[in-house]
Design a protein around this ligand. Structure first.
Ligand code: SAH
Length: 514
């Protein structure tokens, strides 16, 4: 009988996804591409793929940069091919993330060809190519019934005179309406001259779009006759696409992206990460580049001794008051540490301050018994004042919470245990984030609470603090304004109403009047 011991199974073959990352704006990547990225076991990416997308890959997954950028050492194509093959042969799910579309001037065809020849499974996920995206974000329809019926995508990366002659400029000049040229900036004078020689009118409009779809997008317009001189005068740099044709003139009326009131403004957002989304969205909508720098976050208290002691007395507790989702989470986390679960709350009246806290409680399978109409501490007191005489109340709270509930319910005859369940502090890495943001340059700082001002100031070294103080700040509420002034910040925007909407409107006014 042959040896019963089975040989090791061959590794499951991996796969390579050639994924188009889109032109820059992370929102322009496809749903399919994102799904691949989220299950990647290794990501191999390029210069023009937005690095923010890399955060979508699972934590701990290797991210390998093989970028080719002008004037920089680049990884040879054969090496990239070998890398893809090695990872796939080891059974991994490989995402090869490429700027724009993998099959448009991205050497995706060569990579796929190599994989096909090597018998390695692969799939191609198309992306929005830079030419299409640049046109859309510059307000230039690449086709339009009144102006053109055809479109060509052309490479301008031609290293010699002879190379340049490989493109049939005569046919492109006369036979095609709109031309979109990639990698053409350094040959622009030659390209324009050839198109004119072959019969394109010198007055044909031309637009160059640089860093399309990002907050750094820049557009330069001219004509075939003068565009090369304008590029030199403005020192306009790659990466850019060149759009040539009568449709370019439509930008005057269809421009929508780079004329929004806050376009190109870098605005620091110091709010807690879990509260910043509405503000980031509002700023983005007006064209700004919000720079998230959370200066505050929820962290465990210095000690859980108080909370644990409160939990140990659960048997005698009549009311449990929860005033935030954070309190709910901290309470149940420590309950679990004590080896107990929701059954410890049998017979306890559960009070939540509002629907968000009630929803957090519901995730533990529990329904709130009481909730005040006003969703605030005063409401909780009104609700409980007549019910708690002689009763035990457990109220796990934030370290900085006002002690109104404690004093008022004690006065109403209750025994209140109010352990600290969580506290707030700058999150890990905040110093680095703040410094990087300041070094890269900012147009405005925003503060929505005194704690954000104080924490931000504490994150900075003396020189950075000087620089931050010289920038205009927008603040919400008189208390925040007072703290900001006290710490030497330049309060330039202080909306009459203490709401996010009012602050964003005031920011828009400030920059449109400036
Ligand atoms: N596969 C990519 C193109 C790679 S070739 C795609 O489909 O978009 C690199 C060229 O693409 C650059 O030289 C430039 O012409 C263009 N490009 C890429 N990203 C760009 C961007 N965000 N803005 C303007 N041009 C861009």
């Amino acid at each position: 009988m042959p040896d019963a011991k089975k040989s090791e199974p061959a590794p499951r073959p991996g796969i390579v996804y050639l994924v188009g990352a889109g032109p820059g704006d992370p929102g322009l990547m496809t749903v399919r591409g994102l799904a691949c990225l989220r299950r990647a076991e290794v990501v191999i990416y390029d210069y023009l793929a937005n690095p923010a997308l890399l955060n979508e890959a699972p934590a701990g997954v290797a991210r390998v940069y093989v970028g080719k950028s002008k004037g920089r050492h680049c990884v040879p194509q054969e090496e990239i091919n070998t890398l893809l093959a090695e990872h796939a042969r080891a059974g991994r799910t490989v995402v090869r993330l490429k700027g724009g579309d993998p099959f448009i001037f991205g050497r995706g065809g060569e990579e796929a060809g190599f994989l096909a020849a090597a018998g390695i499974p692969f799939e191609v996920v198309p992306g929005i190519t830079a030419g299409l995206a640049a046109a859309a974000y510059a307000g230039i329809p690449l086709t339009h019934r009144d102006y053109t019926t055809s479109l060509a995508m052309v490479t301008g990366h031609l290293t010699s005179e002879r190379d340049l002659d490989h493109v049939d400029w005569a046919r492109l000049a006369k036979g095609v309406g709109t031309l979109v040229i990639y990698m053409g900036l350094s040959n622009l004078d030659e390209i324009a001259a050839r198109l004119i020689t072959h019969g394109r009118p010198p007055q044909t409009p031309v637009a160059l779009v640089r860093w399309a779809t990002t907050p750094r997008q820049q557009t330069l317009t001219g004509t075939l006759a003068d565009i090369a001189a304008k590029v030199a005068a403005a020192d306009f740099q790659p990466p850019a696409v060149i759009i040539i044709g009568e449709v370019v003139g439509l930008r005057d009326t269809l421009r929508w992206f780079d004329n929004r009131p806050l376009f190109g403004r870098r605005i620091l957002v110091t709010r807690a990460a879990d509260q910043a989304a509405p503000m980031l969205d509002a700023l983005l909508t007006h064209g700004a580049e919000p720079v998230p720098c959370p200066t505050i976050g929820i962290v465990p208290p210095a000690s859980y001794a108080e909370l644990d002691a409160g939990i140990a007395q659960m048997g005698e507790v009549d009311f449990l008051i929860l005033t935030s989702a954070n309190a709910v989470e901290a309470f149940f986390a420590r309950l679990a540490v004590a080896g107990r679960d929701a059954r410890a709350l049998a017979g306890v009246t559960l009070v939540t301050v509002g629907p968000k806290t009630a929803a957090a409680l519901a995730t533990f399978g529990l329904r709130a018994d009481l909730m005040p109409a006003g969703y605030d501490a005063e409401g909780v007191i009104t609700l409980l004042r007549g019910k708690v005489a002689g009763k035990q109340v457990l109220y796990p709270r934030a370290a900085l919470a006002r002690d109104l509930i404690v004093t008022e319910l004690t006065a109403a005859g209750a025994t209140v245990i109010a352990p600290v369940a969580y506290t707030s502090a700058p999150p890990a890495g905040a110093t680095e984030t703040a410094r990087t943001a300041l070094t890269a340059g900012l147009d405005l700082l925003t503060f929505t609470a005194s704690s954000t001002v104080r924490n931000f100031a504490e994150l900075l070294g003396p020189e950075e603090l000087l620089r931050a103080r010289s920038l205009p700040s927008a603040v919400i509420g008189p208390q925040t304004a007072a703290t900001a002034r006290e710490l030497g910040f330049t309060v330039a925007i202080e909306p009459a109403e203490a709401t996010l909407e009012a602050m964003v409107a005031a920011i828009v006014d400030y920059f449109t009047q400036a």
